[in-house]
Design a protein around this ligand. Structure first.
Ligand code: FE2
Length: 278
């Protein structure tokens, strides 16, 4: 990782492929020089963690806006706090199961999936309910050159048919016939800021690879999903109250570990708009 010298923050890697815990910064009161270091560390480590952040909704959104315009989630906004439609509330309890217990990249059914997600632990269980991330860049790098060449130029279809469109899926609103989003994305995308390549298919929203027969597409996707989540390409974070995770949605997947189903857990997320994957 290049340029790994920081003057204002401390950056401690958590795992081999991605993830670092940052100390020395309060996200609600950042000067530009500290933000620039956080941004650099984020590009290098793909997901950053900050403990004990005193962030209200306004500061949470302001931190997100440093990266770009905020997205209002198409199907998860009805529980947003009054006056803050950009904040996605992710709540789970014994009566209300976790929605994100499978590996995914946020909102890839959109033509322009978000660049970044910023998740804050508001009420977190004493144990369990961790989140895991996987580096789709490390996974791409580990493929043979022959496989890398085979994936170049392939395009995948992404939609909500496995998630928000399904009756059993716990979302606040379902896409209807007029707004069922479908997007075509390259199977390998190039990061617009780091120029690194990564695998860009995920089991929640990718439907199939265009131009392949169903059995071929299923087999290749199954391999890629399994490969991306190889333990060596992942990291895992245990939440504490007021911890914040900031991840690069262009080169990672994540999931909740739903192992403490009875505990109440409330997370708030701000999502930053991204560009069209290429
Ligand atoms: Fe997510």
């Amino acid at each position: 990782m290049s340029n790994e010298v920081y003057e204002r923050i401390e950056v401690r890697p958590l795992a081999g492929a991605l993830g670092a815990e940052v100390s020395g910064a309060q996200l609600g009161e950042l000067d530009d020089a500290t933000f620039a270091e956080i941004h650099r560390a984020w590009l290098a480590h793909e997901v950053l963690f900050f403990r004990d952040q005193d962030l209200g909704p306004e500061q949470h959104k302001a931190f997100g806006r440093r990266f770009g315009a905020l997205q209002v989630h198409p199907f998860l906004h009805s529980r947003a706090p009054e006056g803050h439609p950009e904040i996605v509330v992710l709540e789970s309890s014994a009566e209300r199961p976790v929605v994100a217990a499978g590996w995914h990249t946020d909102v890839t059914f959109a033509e322009r999936p978000p660049m970044a997600s910023i998740l804050r632990g508001v009420d977190v269980p004493a144990w369990g309910g961790d989140t895991m991330w996987a580096s789709c860049r490390a996974a791409y790098d580990a493929l043979s050159p022959t496989m890398q060449r085979m994936l170049e130029g392939l395009v995948a279809v992404h939609d909500t048919s496995k998630t928000f469109s399904r009756g059993a899926y716990p979302s606040e609103r379902r896409p209807d016939a007029n707004d069922t989003p479908t997007a075509l994305h390259p199977v390998v995308r190039t990061h617009p800021e780091t120029a690194r390549k990564s695998i860009f298919v995920n089991p929640a929203f990718t439907l199939r690879i265009k131009g392949l027969r169903p059995a071929e597409s299923d087999a290749l996707l199954k391999f890629l999903y399994q490969h991306v989540t190889t333990p060596e390409f992942t990291c895992r974070f245990h939440w504490t109250k007021n911890a914040v995770a900031l991840w690069d949605n262009r080169c990672t997947q994540h999931r909740v570990v739903a192992d403490n189903l009875k505990a109440y857990r409330r997370m708030e997320r701000v999502t930053v708009e991204g560009d069209r994957p290429a």
